[in-house]
Ligand binder design. Structure first.
Ligand SMILES: [Zn+2]
Length: 139
């Protein structure tokens, strides 16, 4: 399994900004969850969604599978070869109740010279203090 090298001081792929509107470093953003899933789960649905985007960028297959709600989890996960991720925009977050939330996002990538725009409303569930991705509706 290939894992891309990951420079922890680089800006986080998810594009999150600090309170001072500076890009957060990977180590201070999604990197914590990607590297320490067992001890440091993402604390809410938006941060889980962002960390899963970063996991796609960095090709962290194990993280993506581990954060998929078990009943919906695919048996295997392949990355689109040559996909170049261009950015994530979180459009809307909605807390439905203590254990259910939705995050609407647009992710963009380019593959084989073609620009792809992924617009999804994702559903998340919290079990035993951990958030999981359930599924998503295309927008
Ligand atoms: Zn991030």
């Amino acid at each position: 399994m290939s894992v891309l090298p990951c420079d922890r001081s680089l800006p986080c792929p998810c594009g999150r900004l600090s309170l001072r509107r500076q890009p957060l470093a990977l180590a201070d953003c999604c990197g914590r969850y990607l590297e320490h899933f067992d001890s440091t789960p993402a604390p809410d649905a938006e941060q889980l969604m962002r960390s899963r985007y970063s996991a796609f960028v960095l090709q962290r297959r194990n993280y993506l599978l581990a954060t998929w709600h078990a009943p919906q989890r695919p048996a295997a996960l392949d990355f689109e070869p040559g996909a170049q991720w261009l950015g994530l925009e979180v459009r809307r977050r909605r807390v439905l109740d203590a254990t259910h939330a939705e995050v609407e996002f647009v992710a963009r990538y380019r593959v084989a010279g073609r620009a792809v725009r992924l617009h999804e409303n994702s559903h998340f569930v919290c079990e035993d203090g951990r958030w999981y991705y359930v599924d998503g509706d295309g927008c």
